[in-house]
Write a protein that binds this ligand. Structure first.
Ligand SMILES: Cc1ncc(COP(=O)(O)O)c(C=O)c1O
Length: 406
């Protein structure tokens, strides 16, 4: 029976927001940004789980730690928040942070959703990068905001373009509440917001009175180049909220994410949350993993693997796709954002790629700045070296076959 007439407008057509895979079998899967399963720390997780049950007993399976109380139903395990505060002191220079600067969430997507629902409403404007993470845009829109995108170049979000949008909004009487940026290893482009632009963004936030939402899920996945301080670490105004999670760095199945920021903003996210927090079990596991110093050692190993995979993709693109593609080489994370030359009939090539079992995410899924250009996102973290070589070789053959005028 059709029940769509009983749905709220925000449920759209009643279909969940996932991108369906192709009907054909997938042989070369470059689609999803997934950590490589070979990096999952199976033994450490099994050992720590056993120790947790031995040491913490039934508390592991409870809603909250009885010695902490109800606050964990809103903000999640205080133990993990303390461990994060320590880590943010060391990694982001925020020695002022305590557990009160964090709210734990089910992955960083929930942090993004809480931020949208705590900060945005009908008539507000949110500004994002073009292209960006589509889930973030969806949350902002379903909170009622108008979402405006600003182009990204090799140094990240273009600040002149941002300032022009801010001025225009001011002239039109529109209220810009929030700028969402994936500051380090932007997704899908892989670029890093330069230090001068980070300072300029903070200055613009003060001048135009908006919040900066820094999505940092790829921030610790650098395998090359100089680290650039996060926006959170540069901020002394309390305007930066910063989400992160263990999904890309460690394992997505933990569903442990968080938002960090000024307690007044973190509390507001708590005010719009009604789901009774995150799993004690997973939070305690993550806490132990971080406190035992395992996360940094793990990141070093995992990032080294992604570095080698990135090199393999770059080499394969250069040898097999020639000048039908152009791309920048990212210094971290999981993706290469590839522009396909206009000589290629991309619609035909995309169809042939599906037929050949090659699966990747087409650029239009990310709300790109210029629809006349054709991009694909190649996600390589979970792909074997053999599949990288074979899949990209096949892609090269298809691009050549689809040269317009052939
Ligand atoms: C930019 C960005 N932010 C957030 C997420 C959400 O990840 P999770 O909710 O698993 O932390 C993703 C996942 O693909 C992402 O690419």
């Amino acid at each position: 029976m059709d029940m769509t007439h009983l749905l709220a407008t925000r449920a759209g057509d009643g279909k969940p927001f996932i991108f369906p895979g192709p009907d054909q079998p997938i042989t070369f899967n470059f689609d999803q940004g997934l950590a490589s399963t070979e990096t999952f720390p199976m033994e450490d997780m099994a050992r720590l789980t056993q120790e947790l049950f031995q040491n913490d007993g039934s508390d592991v399976l409870d809603y909250f730690d009885p010695s902490v109380g109800y606050e964990e139903l809103v903000f999640g395990s205080r133990g993990l928040r303390n461990a994060l505060a320590q880590r943010y002191g060391a990694k982001h220079g925020r020695s002022d942070f305590t557990a009160d600067n964090f709210i734990l969430t089910s992955g960083s997507v929930q942090a993004i959703s809480l931020a949208a629902s705590a900060c945005l409403e009908q008539g507000d404007v949110a500004i994002v990068e073009a292209a960006t993470f589509p889930y973030a845009v969806n949350y902002m829109k379903s909170a009622g905001a108008e979402v405006i995108s600003v182009p990204v170049d090799q140094d990240g979000m273009n600040m002149d373009a941002l300032e022009a949008v801010l001025d225009e909004c001011r002239r039109d009487g529109k209220r810009v509440k929030l700028v969402y940026t994936i500051s380090t290893f932007q997704m899908p482009t892989g670029v890093v917001l330069s230090l001068p632009r980070r300072h300029r963004l903070l200055d613009l936030a003060a001048a135009h009175d908006f919040l900066i939402h820094e999505d940092y899920v790829y921030g610790e996945m650098r395998y090359e180049g100089e680290e650039i301080p996060s926006l959170l670490s540069l901020d002394d105004s309390g305007r930066v909220i910063h989400d992160n999670s263990l999904s890309k760095t460690l394992a997505p199945g933990l569903r442990i994410g968080w938002m960090a920021g000024d307690p007044s903003l973190i509390n507001a996210m708590g005010a719009v949350r009604q789901d009774l927090g995150v799993s004690q079990w997973m939070a305690r596991l993550a806490q132990r993993y971080i406190e035992d110093g395992l996360l940094d050692a793990h990141l070093e190993k995992a990032n080294a693997l992604y570095h080698r995979k990135r090199d393999a993709v770059v080499q394969a693109l250069n040898s097999h796709c020639g000048d039908y593609v152009s791309f920048d080489i990212p210094q971290g994370s999981f993706y290469i954002w590839v522009e396909v030359d206009q000589r290629v009939d991309w619609l035909r090539a995309a169809e042939l790629a599906v037929d050949a079992g090659i699966y990747f995410r087409p650029g239009e899924r990310f709300d790109t700045a210029d629809d006349s250009r054709q991009f694909i996102r190649i996600a390589f973290a979970r792909v074997s070296f053999e599949t990288i070589e074979k899949g990209i070789k096949k892609l090269g053959e298809i691009l050549r076959d689809c040269e317009k005028g052939d």
